[in-house]
Design a protein around this ligand. Structure first.
Ligand code: C2O
Length: 664
């Protein structure tokens, strides 16, 4: 173990650690752009109808639509095409993401059943046809809406031909049901093709969450959706808005994630992440087919359009933004409208007015927007990609992902450029979070004093076979085959316990697993730190140190953490020991009402001090949510409460996935 508990931080966390210059990555097939095509062609009805399932158009080989000239009477691209339901029956009706304000937040607990059938097929969210994955035949996935205290029973059936799958419920505690956390190789093996798993857990939290496949980079191909939980405690917040809806925002690639992953992980490619081709809002995006030349190999339908959010004039709407993407942080704004931030990752906060807010992968923010501007135009909702975090550029990418906010009475019209005006505030040049100190939880919940402190370092580097790997305290994660760390721990602890009781001495084999600190028993690709190993509940401080030049949205499964401090350069160890550890509980100004969330963005060569209560028995992933980085190994785990795990049985149906043929 390279970083024992309470060891002072290492010096020299400088650029030299991973200073290799990043190269520019371009796919040869994207190099040629058909430029200068300025024919303003509104998509013809005939063309729209001509897009039968077998009939494809290559970009550039047919009449292409561009954005119509800016004027208040310009129809949305694609809006001239008659809707052909059977043609796009894979598209989720966007109205499903509009929440019903009549929902009873005080209803007694109930059990809600869902069936998720995972299939593969072809879709074209932005007009470019690709292989993708669907839940119940749709993209994006269905809204799950429930009350705190409810039980969710979700039967996930894998109808893929070759790949396993899982669903992770991002942000949920799963206290007592660690095996339903959905994390491949940690809490379950993948559900093999042809098989099902019934996830069954109760909801102990409320707010804006989401779900996604946690099997390799699979969620990028379409297995994702929103999960909204209500509670009586949101009653005050509900007075701030008249309507409520979900807005998924994400980057999008025109190739399946496995292809991009192989390119990314190829030898000699030092952390050059694939640059997205487009962005989507609620699964819809506009793409100019002429960006691809005729022999690009991509099929592009000219009927792509923008997502439209139709609101009522003079009302207040809660927009629950969820970044469901792979890599890209967006800076979100609505032209001519300020936004009032009221929630960060399911923590309600005192309203903060902003022009723009940054949202990194897997984060959520709720903002209230008031439709109090002129009704003679529509307005752009803009998601500006923070492109300084890309290691190159992609010539086909429009770096501003847009949707239309409409309360003009005409939702099929593109906002006019002179009436709908972008804020002039600069887009951040770093991938950052909204300043945690400005987000004050409305329901105070100060952290208890810490009892343990761990320093975790990570970096990227070219390793064996010239493969780029991320390392957490020296260990690069890779997925276990046909077992999980949860099963290994439960079995190891149970075996040790049996041995311990028969010899009536403390068991040596159990002590391999019930460790206060790094647990080496899992093998060389699993960095696991044991917590609450001595029968009492640890309150853990994590000092997470980045030795990398990129920004990383880190997510901890099964917990919400307090963000206590962030900084660059050396950590002030002495100040920490005198003010925060172990005495600094609610009394410390740093911790008084610190923001709680489950995903935060760590800056390059910087550190963040997080605190959480290790009261949740299980194996919990802690990882960068950039899908490429996760697959490069930027994940570690906490093994919490081995005393409880020793008395725990992993349900047979979950355990059976690891021995089923085709699982992983
Ligand atoms: Cu969104 Cu490991 O999770």
């Amino acid at each position: 173990m390279s970083d024992p508990q309470l060891s002072p931080p290492k010096e020299g966390a400088t650029a030299a650690a991973t200073a290799a210059a990043k190269s520019t990555s371009r796919r040869p097939s994207l190099l040629l752009i058909v430029g200068g095509l300025v024919t303003f062609v509104v998509v013809a009805l005939a063309l729209g109808l001509g897009l039968g399932l077998g009939l494809t158009h290559r970009g550039g080989s047919s009449a292409s639509s561009l954005l119509p000239p800016a004027s208040s009477s310009s129809p949305l691209p694609g809006s001239g095409a008659a809707p052909n339901a059977s043609l796009e029956d894979w598209r989720l009706d966007p109205s499903h993401y509009v929440l019903d304000m009549a929902w009873d937040i005080n209803a007694p607990p109930t059990t809600r059943h869902y069936d998720f059938v995972i299939t593969e097929g072809r879709g074209w969210p932005d007009g470019v046809v690709r292989d993708m994955l669907f839940i119940n035949g749709k993209f994006p996935g269905p809204l799950i809406e429930a009350n705190m205290g409810d039980r969710l029973v979700i039967n996930v059936t894998n109808k893929l031909t070759a790949n396993a799958t899982t669903i992770h419920w991002h942000g949920l505690y799963q206290n007592g049901t660690n095996w339903f956390d959905g994390t491949t190789g940690i809490t379950q093996c993948g559900i093999p093709p042809g098989q099902s798993l019934v996830y069954n857990f109760t909801l102990e939290q409320f707010g804006t969450y989401w779900y996604h496949s946690h099997y390799s980079t699979q969620y990028l191909d379409g297995i994702l959706g929103p999960l909204i939980i209500h509670a009586p405690a949101e009653a005050d917040a509900r007075k701030l808005y008249d309507s409520d809806r979900v807005v998924l925002i994400q980057d999008w690639y025109h190739d399946v994630s496995q292809v991009n992953l192989e390119t990314y992980l190829a030898p000699d490619n030092e952390n050059t992440e694939p640059i997205p081709d487009n962005g989507l809002i609620n699964g819809i995006g506009y793409f100019n087919c002429s960006s691809y030349d005729a022999d690009s190999g991509y099929t592009c339908y000219d009927n792509s359009t923008y997502s439209v959010l139709s609101l009522e004039p003079n009302t207040r709407t809660r927009l629950r933004f969820i970044n469901t993407g792979a890599f890209t942080e967006f800076d979100v704004s609505v032209d001519n409208h300020t936004l009032s931030v009221i929630e960060a990752d399911a923590t309600l906060v005192k309203p903060v007015t902003v022009h723009r807010f940054p949202i990194h992968v897997a984060q959520r923010y709720s903002v209230v927007v008031e439709t109090n501007q002129s009704t003679s135009t529509n307005y752009w909702l803009r998601g500006a990609m923070i492109t300084s975090c890309f290691t190159g550029n992609n010539p086909v990418l429009d770096t501003t992902t847009k949707a239309v906010i409409s309360y003009s009475g005409n939702s099929t019209v593109v906002p006019s450029e002179d009436a709908s005006v972008d804020w002039t505030d600069a887009i951040p040049i770093h991938c950052i979070d909204l300043d945690a100190s400005t987000l004050v939880p409305t329901i105070p919940d100060p952290p208890p004093a810490a009892t343990k402190m761990w320093r975790l370092d990570f970096s990227f580097g070219i390793g064996a076979y010239q493969l780029d790997r991320a390392k957490f305290n020296g260990t690069s994660w890779s997925v276990l085959d046909n077992t999980t760390t949860l099963i290994q721990a439960v079995d190891g602890l149970a075996a040790g316990q049996a041995q311990g009781s028969s010899s009536s001495s403390s068991s040596s084999s159990a002590s391999k697993w019930a460790v206060d600190g790094p647990v080496s028993a899992f093998g060389s690709n699993q960095f696991v730190v044991g917590l609450s190993a001595n029968g009492s509940i640890d309150v853990v401080d994590i000092l997470l140190y980045s030795l990398d030049e990129g920004s990383h949205p880190f997510h901890l499964h099964g917990h919400t953490f307090w963000i206590l401090q962030t900084g660059a350069g050396p950590f002030n160890w002495t100040a920490y020991q005198t003010t925060l550890y172990p005495s600094g509980g609610a009394a410390s100004p740093l911790t008084a009402n610190a923001l709680r969330r489950d995903t935060f963005t760590l800056q390059p060569y910087s550190w963040t001090l997080l605190r959480f209560v290790a009261d949740n028995a299980g194996l919990w992933a802690f990882h960068c949510h950039i899908a490429w980085h996760l697959e490069a190994g930027l994940m570690m785990q906490f093994l919490s409460r081995p005393d409880v795990l020793a008395r725990t049985a992993v349900p047979d149906d979950v355990r059976g996935l690891c021995t089923a043929a085709g699982g992983k």
